[in-house]
Design a binder for this molecule. Sequence first.
Ligand code: G3P
Length: 216
Amino acid sequence: MKFFVDTADTQEIADLAETGLLDGVTTNPSLIAKSGRDFMEVTREICGIVDGPVSAEVVALDHAGMMREAEILRKIADNVCIKVPLTVDGLKTCKKLTSDGTMVNVTLCFSANQALLAAKAGATFISPFVGRHDDNGFDGMALINDIRLIYDNYAFATEILVASVRHPIHVLESAKIGADVATMPPSVIRSLFKHVLTDKGIEGFLADWAKTGQSI
Ligand code: G3P
């Protein structure tokens, strides 16, 4: 499973990229606003930090406007992935851009039928929002299961990019289902490394090693 980080904080992205485990980045207008930085400038910087796809989201709601914004965004770098909302105009834009060879991430997916439409429109990635689904009394992971089943039934190449991930259990369940990607806040990625028994084990080993008086 690929790991993307869901942030526009370039320091966090650079730190996580150093682990060698980061496969891409997703941003959205809220994350750009949180960074307090210029959209084009921060996106260009992120594209230089990671080799993998960097999702940059359009804000126009109509097809012509989305195409105009996508033209600007895709010139930033070869690894820009245009993010469009799951609407009729968003999917028209997805079809057009992917047929030209541009990567597209279809976002704000909350049903398996929406994911089916995105795959038919040639989406590179579909982004079902599991956390927001859970928040509203639905089962986010059941949605991922349904999308996996449908995509496998028809051998769709669209990758399932689990978004709105809130905790490590979302990541674990996504991996068990066979989702292609999880995009996570930096804190969730860092939490995957942690286990209290790992820390305790290191502490014990180092205490015993100190007793030997040796060094390597
Ligand atoms: O980038 C899309 C998604 O991951 C947003 O997550 O936590 O705002 O629901 P969240």
